[in-house]
Design a protein around this ligand. Structure first.
Ligand SMILES: O=C(O)CCC(=O)C(=O)O
Length: 305
């Protein structure tokens, strides 16, 4: 690991300078300075078990729906209803193929209440406010990730999130990545290439290894040399922007590495509605317009007053 190495100046962002943010959020000056310098920030154990409960219930609901669908298709007879959260999905697909699994998607984006409640969580928004200010839009691109051992698409190659919206000439979009189980090098924790968060969009291609077409940067070997593994406990949060180069390794454990990645941006940026339903998550200027669960589920990104 070499976090002190400087980035090639030719890669540095030249588009739009980010606006300085007056810190009204929860991060300390040291945390903001670390984020600004390294391009990521770990908030250990930000959320308690109880605070994770709604999102966990959303994931359990999804797994139950998948179990029902597999049974209806005649692929399983036992829905494993009493299996633990950590292993039920593994057990459901134990005798099935990768293609059977990927039929349900490598990641999920359902309009379940648990996701909305997590995206609206005040501890998360307080941290994000420190980075982008108090007018916060929850970007429509959020993912629940059921990273199951043996499924190649669980490992995400080195990329910048921005490669998924390459025509964007605005910034930033902040990811808040939260695992529902403790993560480590065995179950495939998140890795970052520090100090890449001020780079422009680097060259990338569509990978063919997983059959799901992730974007992957061309500088893979260089990224491997700079990789910093971020093993964190359930309920911790890792913050980074859409230019920070990151990846995750395969899950070699016996359980699902459950995680969610949420995204936030200042309200002034394009809302990227083509990717799904985003919503006004916090506004000190227009608090009455903050979206409710009902607004979000109806596709309204603000509350009408
Ligand atoms: O959860 C992972 O393994 C990868 C997450 C990721 O690539 C992202 O949040 O952009």
């Amino acid at each position: 690991m070499n976090t002190t190495q400087e980035i090639n100046p030719q890669l540095l962002e030249t588009l739009i300078p980010e606006m300085p943010v007056i810190n009204t959020g929860s991060l300390t000056a040291e945390q903001r300075a670390f984020y600004d310098r390294e391009g990521y920030l770990v908030l250990p154990s930000l959320l308690s078990h109880d605070e994770l409960k709604p999102v966990r219930e959303a994931l359990e609901q999804k797994v139950s729906e998948i179990a029902e669908s597999l049974r209806a298709d005649g692929l399983i007879t036992d829905k494993r209803e009493n299996d633990p959260f950590e292993t039920r999905l593994v057990n459901l697909f134990k005798k099935l193929t990768e293609a059977d699994f990927l039929k349900y998607g490598r990641s999920w984006r359902d309009l379940y209440p648990g996701y909305f409640h997590l995206m609206s969580n005040s501890k998360i928004l307080d941290a994000v406010e420190s980075l982008i200010g108090s007018e916060i839009f929850a970007n429509p691109v959020y993912n629940a990730r059921p990273k199951v051992p043996g499924v190649a698409a669980g490992a995400v190659p080195w990329h910048q999130d921005r490669s998924y919206w390459p025509s964007a000439n605005w910034n930033p979009v902040i990811t808040v990545w939260i695992p529902l189980v403790d993560t480590n090098k065995v179950n495939g924790c998140l890795h970052v290439w520090p100090r890449t968060h001020k780079t422009r969009l680097v060259e990338y291609h569509s990978e063919t290894h997983t059959g799901t077409g992730y974007t992957e940067i061309d500088l893979k070997e260089e990224a491997d040399r700079h990789a910093v593994a971020l093993p964190v406990k359930a309920g911790s949060a890792i913050l980074f922007n859409d230019r920070c180069i990151h990846m995750s390794t395969p899950n070699k454990s016996d359980h699902v590495r459950w995680s969610v990645d949420l995204r936030y941006q200042p309200t002034g940026q394009e809302r990227m509605n083509q990717y799904g339903v985003g919503f006004l998550a916090r506004s000190r200027a227009f608090p009455n317009r903050v979206a409710t669960l009902e607004d979000w589920q109806a596709g309204r990104d603000e509350h009408e007053v």
